[in-house]
Design a protein around this ligand. Structure first.
Ligand code: TZP
Ligand code: MG
Length: 225
């Protein structure tokens, strides 16, 4: 079985350093705006991009597929790890580098069996969730929300950076990113708590200059190592 015999690590942890997540819901449902922000973010040095198309008025079907393909091309051009949120079929169709799922999505074992050697990310919010998660099938973990967020209407209560430390003390060894309300002002705390990197939506997508915001995050991560 692939899941039992594969060579680890699949994710080079450096690829998690500055992890940008976005979909049209984050940019006023404007596809061209999303494409240009993702290109700016890639030029600025994001190490990973996750296409997360979710919420009222977002794209489905052929339109979602076409946008996912365009985003894949941008990420490929800049050699940025390209992850699809939730949608395993889409990840396969666009040959993404990986897939990210939540606790309520498809089971990790099933995801692993469908995607083979692609990167599999999982969201873990608590020690309780860690213990019921088949981490053996995953490559990396998103922990959050670290802080209050406006980008996820159904987000749980903020847990703070210490949750990362706590999960690692409970035996979590997969590389983690903190997510939720992360800004240039608080990112350092997330890294110091044990995260390899920071996953952000609004601090890049809503920045006056996404390219510069990414450069600043990159600099912060490099100087915190
Ligand atoms: N999962 C937990 S918080 C969150 C997701 C997708 C949203 C993060 O967005 P922002 O704008 O960086 O707080
Ligand atoms: Mg999900």
């Amino acid at each position: 079985l692939i899941s039992e015999n594969r060579i680890r690590p699949v994710v080079v942890p450096d690829q998690l350093q500055v992890y940008f997540i976005s979909g049209t819901q984050d940019v006023e449902l404007n596809e061209n705006r999303l494409l240009s922000i993702v290109e700016d973010a890639c030029r600025g040095g994001v190490t990973c991009f996750q296409f997360r198309e979710k919420g009222v008025g977002t794209l489905i079907g052929q339109q979602k597929l076409e946008l996912a393909q365009q985003l894949q091309q941008i990420c490929a051009k800049y050699n940025v790890l390209y992850i699809i949120n939730d949608d395993v079929d889409l990840a396969m169709a666009v040959n993404a580098d990986g897939i990210h799922v939540g606790q309520e999505d498809m089971r990790l074992e099933e995801v692993r069996n469908l995607v083979g050697h692609k990167v599999v990310g999982i969201s873990i919010h608590s020690v309780e969730e860690l213990h019921k998660t088949d981490v053996i099938y995953a490559d990396c973990v998103g922990v959050g929300p670290m802080y209050a967020t406006s980008s996820k209407p159904d987000a749980q209560a903020p847990c703070g950076p210490n949750r990362i430390t706590e999960l690692q003390a409970e035996g979590l060894t997969l590389p983690c990113v903190g997510i939720g309300g992360i800004t240039l002002d608080n990112a350092k705390l997330v890294l110091q708590a044990g995260a390899y990197g920071v996953a952000v939506i609004s601090a890049i997508a809503h920045a006056d200059n996404p390219y510069e915001a990414v450069q600043q995050f990159k600099h912060l991560v490099d100087s915190t190592k």
